[in-house]
Design a protein around this ligand. Structure first.
Ligand SMILES: [Zn+2]
Length: 173
């Protein structure tokens, strides 16, 4: 059983290389849902894997999935976006450690860091990662009911549908 407040001992998780799983109702993520349409009853699933590498550096890898109702900014219809996030974070002991490490920008591949805790709030991290993964301008890949004149004028849109998808749309009529 998992509860709405899920805390994990990240140090123990990393030391033992364990993985934890949990679920939480989407409705619990109020920061994520701010400004979004009313959501269907959904569950957000997550897993957190701990790891210690050969140098003794400790990491956690968070994975989470959620299905979010968004309003398409092109056709203004609601659609469901399946969000999947995966983030590997290096555990550090204090906020101060993060600050000094970030001065070193020589290594762009350096993992993001997070302060570990015996009572690490997994859901806060899940929520942060889902917020980061939300599209800034949510749109269907191909709007199901877009008027023809609008699709024709979108030639320069880098996210435009493939010619095959457009053909498929035309054939539906
Ligand atoms: Zn649309």
């Amino acid at each position: 059983m998992s509860s709405a407040t899920s805390t994990v001992d990240t140090w123990e998780l990393a030391r033992l290389g364990h993985e934890r799983h949990g679920e939480a109702p989407l409705a619990a993520f109020s920061r994520l849902l701010e400004g979004l349409p009313v959501q269907a009853t959904q569950v957000v699933g997550w897993s957190l894997l701990g790891e210690t590498d050969s140098l003794g550096q400790r990491f956690i890898t968070l994975r989470a999935q959620a299905s979010i109702s968004l309003e398409c900014q092109r056709c203004l219809e609601a659609f469901e976006l399946a969000l999947q996030v995966e983030s590997r974070l290096q555990l550090v002991e204090t906020e101060a450690e993060i600050d000094t490490e970030e001065m070193d920008e020589d290594d762009p591949d350096a993992p993001d860091q997070v302060v570990g805790s015996q009572f690490f709030d997994v859901l806060a991290l899940v929520e942060d990662e889902l917020i980061l993964a939300l599209p800034y301008v949510p749109k269907h890949e191909v709007c199901p009911s877009l008027p023809k004149e609008l699709s024709a004028s979108e030639g320069s849109d880098p996210g435009r549908p493939s010619p095959f998808a457009v053909l498929a749309e035309l054939k539906k009529d």
